[in-house]
Design a protein around this ligand. Structure first.
Ligand SMILES: Nc1ncnc2c1ncn2[C@@H]1O[C@H](COP(=O)(O)OP(=O)(O)OP(=O)(O)O)[C@@H](O)[C@H]1O
Ligand SMILES: [Mg+2]
Length: 506
C-alpha cells in the first residue's frame, strides 16, 4: 500500500503487470539495471524504453536509430516535469541531419583532452564503436578488438596533442588522414612539458611495425573518425563560429534529455561518435551527481540505451552499472540478439554484463535456441509432487513421488505472445508480464496525434534537397577555368610548381 504523497514514479518506472503469477503491478527501481532482449519489432522500444523515458522526471540520455522513436518522446520530454516546474531542454546529436528543427547537440571531441584520462577514455570510446562494423565486414572479433586497442593508442595521442597546443578537430583529421606521415603529434607529445609521459612511445609504437598490422590500424583509426570526414556532418556536430558547444552539465541540471540519433548504415556507422558522446554525457552526469548537495542525482539520471550493441557499445557500461546506480544514474539497455552483444563486447564481457543486469526482460519470437536454452537453464527446475492412484487386483493404492519439471522450456520462451515478456528479476521466480505499449489506449491515441504533428513539423523544417546537377555544373565550370579538366593537355615532362616552403611550428 502506498502512503499518501508517495508516487512510485519517483523511485522507479512501471514495467507492466504480471500475468503469471496473475495480477501484480511490476515496477523497476531506478537503482536496478534492466536489460531488454527481443528481436526486431518485438516491442522493446514501444513497450519498455519509451514508456520509461516518458514517465521519467529527471534528466536522461536516449540512444536510438529510428527517427520515429525520437519524435515519440522528444515533445513530452520538453514539457515541465511538474506543475510549477520550468520546461525541460533537449539536445539531439543528429549527424545525418534526420531531425531538422530540433535543438542540436554540438560537441567538441578535442575539448578537455589536455587531461590524459579524458583523452584516453574518449579515444577508447571512439575505438570501441568500430568493433561491430569490423566484424560485420568480415574481420574476426578478437582481431577487431586488437585493432580497436591500437586505434585507441593513436587517437588518444592525437587528441591529447591537439588539446595541448590549441589545435582543433580539423588538425586531428589532417593527422588521421595519414597517421604514419604525421610527425607533429609525436613531436608535441615528446616536447610539451604538460604532455602525458611515454605517450609519444605508445603513438609511435602503434604506427610502426609490420606493414599489415599498421595498415589495419590506420584503417581502423580512419573508421573511428569517418563521420567527421563528411563536411556537413562535421559542421552539424562540432562547434564553429556562432555555434558553441552544448553545456551538458546545465542541461542535466535542468532535467533535460540528450538524444543520440544514429542509423543502421553499413557505409557510415555512427557508433564511434555516439559511443564517445555517450561516455562524455555519462561522465558529465556523474560529475553533476558528485558535486550536488547530496552526492547523488535526484531525481536520477536515466540512460535508455536502445540498440546498445549497434549504437553505443560503451566499454565502461559494466563498471558503470555496478558503481553509478548508487549515485543516481540508472541504466536500461536493449539488444535484438545475444549474438550482437557478443560481437560488440566479446563473450566474457557480454556474460559479465548479462550477469550484472538486475532485471532481464526477454521477448518471445526469437530464433536463438541457445540463448533461450541458457535462460531456461537459468530458471532451473521446480520440484512438483505427484500422487499416483493405482487400481489392481490387490485393491486401490496411492503413491507419492517427486519430479523435476522445467519452469519454462526454450520453446515456451519463444512462444511468449506479443505485448508480453519474461521477466527475470533478482531472486524472484520468473514472471510473465503483460506490458503496456505506449501507443495503446487513450493516452496512446494522444501520443500518436503528437507523433503525427511532430512528423509534419519536421517535414516542413526539412530543407529542399540539394540540387546535385547545379553543384556538378558549378564544379565543372571551376575545373575548366582553373585548368583542372581532362581536356587540357598536361605535359608530363612539365613538373608541377614546387610547393611553397612551409615553416613548421607547433
Ligand atoms: N507508429 C506506430 N504505430 C503502430 N504500431 C507501430 C508503430 N511503430 C511501431 N509499431 C509496431 O509496434 C511493434 C513494436 O515496435 P518497437 O519499435 O517497440 O519494436 P522494437 O523491439 O523496438 O524493434 P527494433 O529492434 O526494430 O527497434 C512493431 O511490431 C511495430 O510494427
Ligand atoms: Mg526499437
Amino acid at each position: 500500500m502506498f502512503t499518501s504523497g508517495f508516487d512510485p514514479n519517483d523511485v522507479g518506472w512501471r514495467l507492466g503487470r504480471s500475468s503469471q503469477p496473475r495480477g501484480v503491478e511490476l515496477w523497476c527501481r531506478y537503482d536496478r539495471t534492466t536489460g531488454v532482449y527481443g528481436e526486431q519489432g518485438s516491442g522493446k522500444t514501444l513497450d519498455l524504453l519509451a514508456p520509461a523515458l516518458l514517465a521519467h522526471r529527471g534528466a536522461g540520455l536516449a540512444t536510438l536509430t529510428k527517427l520515429d522513436d525520437l519524435l515519440l518522446t522528444a515533445g513530452r520530454r520538453q514539457q515541465p516535469s511538474g506543475p510549477d516546474e520550468p520546461p525541460r531542454p533537449v539536445a539531439v546529436l543528429d549527424p545525418f541531419g534526420a531531425a531538422p528543427g530540433l535543438p542540436e547537440l554540438v560537441w567538441d571531441p578535442v575539448a578537455g583532452c589536455v587531461d590524459p584520462r579524458i583523452a584516453e577514455r574518449r579515444a577508447k570510446a571512439f575505438a570501441a564503436g568500430t568493433v561491430a562494423g569490423a566484424v560485420t565486414g568480415g574481420r574476426q572479433d578478437n582481431a577487431a578488438r586488437f585493432y580497436a586497442a591500437e586505434t585507441a593508442k593513436v587517437l588518444q595521442g592525437f587528441l591529447h596533442a591537439a588539446a595541448l597546443t590549441g589545435r582543433t578537430l580539423e588538425h586531428v583529421l589532417e593527422w588521421v588522414a595519414n597517421p604514419v606521415a604525421a610527425e607533429q603529434p609525436a613531436e608535441i607529445l615528446q616536447q610539451h612539458p604538460h604532455a602525458a609521459r611515454f605517450w609519444d612511445g605508445l603513438l609511435i609504437g602503434a604506427l610502426h611495425g609490420s606493414p599489415d598490422t599498421v595498415g589495419n590500424t590506420v584503417t581502423t583509426v580512419q573508421q573511428a573518425m569517418a563521420l567527421f570526414f563528411q563536411p556537413d556532418i562535421r559542421a552539424r556536430c562540432v562547434p564553429s563560429r556562432g555555434r558553441t558547444a552544448t553545456d551538458l552539465a546545465d542541461l542535466i541540471a535542468r532535467r533535460g534529455t540528450v538524444y543520440l540519433l544514429g542509423r543502421e548504415d553499413p557505409y557510415a556507422s555512427a557508433a564511434p561518435l555516439m559511443t564517445a558522446v555517450a561516455e562524455h554525457v555519462l561522465d558529465t552526469a556523474l560529475h553533476v551527481a558528485a558535486t550536488s548537495p547530496h552526492g547523488r542525482l535526484t531525481p536520477c539520471f536515466l540512460a535508455c540505451l536502445d540498440e546498445l550493441p549497434s549504437t553505443t557499445p560503451l566499454p565502461t557500461l559494466r563498471v558503470r552499472m555496478a558503481n553509478e546506480r548508487a549515485l543516481g544514474l540508472s541504466f536500461i539497455y536493449a539488444a535484438q540478439t545475444w549474438k550482437q552483444m557478443v560481437v560488440s563486447y566479446g563473450d566474457d564481457e557480454a556474460r559479465s554484463l548479462f550477469g550484472l543486469t538486475n532485471n532481464l526482460v526477454i521477448f518471445g519470437g526469437g530464433k536463438d535456441v541457445h540463448f533461450y536454452r541458457e535462460l531456461s537453464d537459468l530458471l532451473d527446475d521446480v520440484r512438483i509432487s505427484r500422487r499416483t492412484f493405482t487400481e489392481g487386483p490387490g485393491g486401490m493404492g496411492t503413491s507419492r513421488s517427486g519430479e523435476d519439471v522445467r519452469v519454462l522450456r526454450p520453446g515456451d520462451i519463444r512462444r511468449i505472445p506479443e505485448r508480453h515478456a519474461l521477466v527475470v528479476a533478482g531472486t524472484a521466480p520468473p514472471i510473465i508480464a503483460r506490458l503496456r505499449r505506449c501507443l495503446d489506449g487513450k493516452d496512446g491515441q494522444q501520443l500518436t496525434t503528437e507523433l503525427d504533428a511532430a512528423r509534419a513539423r519536421l517535414s516542413r523544417a526539412r530543407p529542399d534537397t540539394d540540387d546535385v546537377e547545379q553543384r556538378t555544373a558549378a564544379a565543372l565550370a571551376y575545373a575548366r577555368d582553373h585548368r583542372l579538366d581532362p581536356s587540357r593537355h598536361v605535359d608530363p615532362a612539365d613538373p608541377p610548381a614546387a610547393p611553397q616552403s612551409e615553416t613548421r611550428s607547433w
